[in-house]
Design a protein around this ligand. Structure first.
Ligand SMILES: Cc1ncc(COP(=O)(O)O)c(C=O)c1O
Length: 436
């Protein structure tokens, strides 16, 4: 059964080849070379619109989704996000530089990170980043000093730790309050840093941020986090007369990596979350602040597919089969890092029975260089195109040049108007920074 057609843009054509957004993967591999990242622009835009429009409908004016750059950062994605009315969340000066280069409206950028250097802070202020998301007291002091030196008041949100574990749904577990991110609400640290921020000349405190986790398919953890955040906001209002403008609930909605994962409906998730947020605000007798969300994976993961060319197929004495491809952990380190599940497909023989039980492995000198273990795909011959699905998030952005493999190209699929989003690295690129 071809249960690997896990996204609406996947199909099989008359040649028996896998298609993405109507385009034949075998032809794409021949035209652009492999390994190759594909990004379906229409699907990215559909996901952006689901967030932008639903948030407009359900939350107060000024509420907005911010593309989480860490999921995928290159100039093309910022152009798409900007044209769809998204803001962005940036974690480093490098992501900021990329957004700036793309002409992204930086007043809609939120600069994250738990350890911004003095150089990062200065660069972000020079660039006119709208908001800093300040992680801790040391950072608050550093941002304030630089702002005072420049004679400005920098708009910020404070990152808080609501103590939610999205995978157990249990509030306040030690692991989550001991996170490296943010200030803890539970023990008064968050209130203390809020008061500090309000007393500083260079700081314009606009609200609070939290992020509960990733690859979450239910809204319960988000509702729990929202309740803790909104109660905190209410307390700041009642106790200190401070009315927060923004409540940023972070990212985290899941993507479908395997046939057994649910097909997420982001419009329904946002509507359900909004209903709960409004209910909580009504119960607290306070107006709903502007809500921000920071979707990464849910915008780009399903829109991405990686194509490889199969090389050797090896059977071990104990019955294991390895299908080696011309990429691997340098273009997708996620199985090596945390055994992330992916669906692999023999795109050249997508109509055939998936009767080969194998591990799809890369070509690095490293036993851990595995893209996926124990998957069923159609029997492979050298030269077949192997597709790994749902690779739009945290693949290119986590890619490396391990074993001096050049990073693949990324092609933005858009019907007849495909364009190269990122060109393939050359060997010359690999030595560009080598000096001696
Ligand atoms: C602060 C913050 N915002 C947003 C995201 C994006 O999460 P996701 O890609 O799961 O939507 C992350 C992911 O780690 C995060 O740490």
């Amino acid at each position: 059964m071809q249960d690997f057609l896990i996204h609406p843009n996947l199909n099989i054509n008359e040649q028996g080849h896998l298609t993405v957004s109507g385009q034949d993967c075998v032809e794409l591999a021949a035209r652009y070379g492999t390994p190759l990242y594909l990004l379906d622009e229409q699907l990215v835009r559909t996901n952006c619109r689901a967030y932008v429009q639903t948030m407009k409908e359900c939350f107060p004016e000024g509420s907005m989704p911010l593309l989480a750059s860490k999921a995928l950062s290159f100039t093309g994605i910022y152009k798409i996000a900007a044209s769809e009315g998204m803001g962005t969340d940036l974690v480093s000066a490098g992501e900021l530089y990329t957004a700036k280069k793309a002409g992204f409206p930086l007043e809609k950028a939120f600069f994250h990170g738990n350890n911004k250097t003095d150089a990062d802070i200065a660069f972000a202020m020079d660039s006119g980043v709208g908001y800093f998301v300040v992680d801790n007291l040391h950072e608050l002091i550093a941002v304030n000093s630089e702002a005072v030196r420049r004679g400005i008041r920098q708009k910020i949100l404070l990152r808080l730790t609501p103590g939610i574990d999205p995978h157990t749904h249990k509030a306040i577990t030690t692991g989550t309050v001991d996170s490296k991110f943010g200030s803890v609400i539970e023990n008064g640290q968050a209130e203390e840093i809020t008061l500090q921020a309000l007393s500083m000349d260079g700081i314009d405190l606009r609200g609070f941020h939290c992020h509960v986790g990733s690859q979450v398919f239910e809204i319960d953890p988000f509702v729990q986090a929202a309740e803790i955040m909104l109660r905190f906001i209410k307390k700041m209002q009642d106790t200190h007369g401070y009315a927060a403008e923004y409540c940023n609930l972070g990212g985290g909605f899941g993507a479908r990596y395997l046939p057994c994962h649910p097909q997420p409906d982001y419009v329904s998730y946002i509507r359900a979350l909004a209903a709960e947020v409004n209910r909580i605000c009504d119960a607290l007798l306070m107006p709903c602040p502007k809500i921000l969300l920071e979707p990464g994976r849910s915008i780009v993961a399903a829109a991405g597919t990686t194509l490889y060319t199969a090389g050797s197929v090896k059977h071990t004495p104990n019955g294991k089969t390895y299908v080696s491809v011309d990429g691997g952990m340098p273009d997708n380190p996620r199985y090596a890092l945390y055994e992330s599940p992916y669906t692999a497909v023999n795109a050249s023989r997508a109509q055939q029975e998936t009767e080969l039980l194998c591990s799809v492995v890369g070509r690095c000198c490293e036993s851990g260089d595995i893209l996926q273990e124990n998957v069923r795909i159609a029997p492979v011959q050298r030269g077949d195109v192997i597709a790994v699905l749902t690779t739009g998030a945290y693949n290119y952005s986590m890619a490396s040049n391990y074993n001096r493999l050049p990073r693949p190209a990324l092609v933005i699929l858009n019907g007849e108007q495909n364009r190269i989003g990122i060109r393939r690295e050359t060997f010359e690129d690999l030595v560009r920074c080598d000096e001696n």
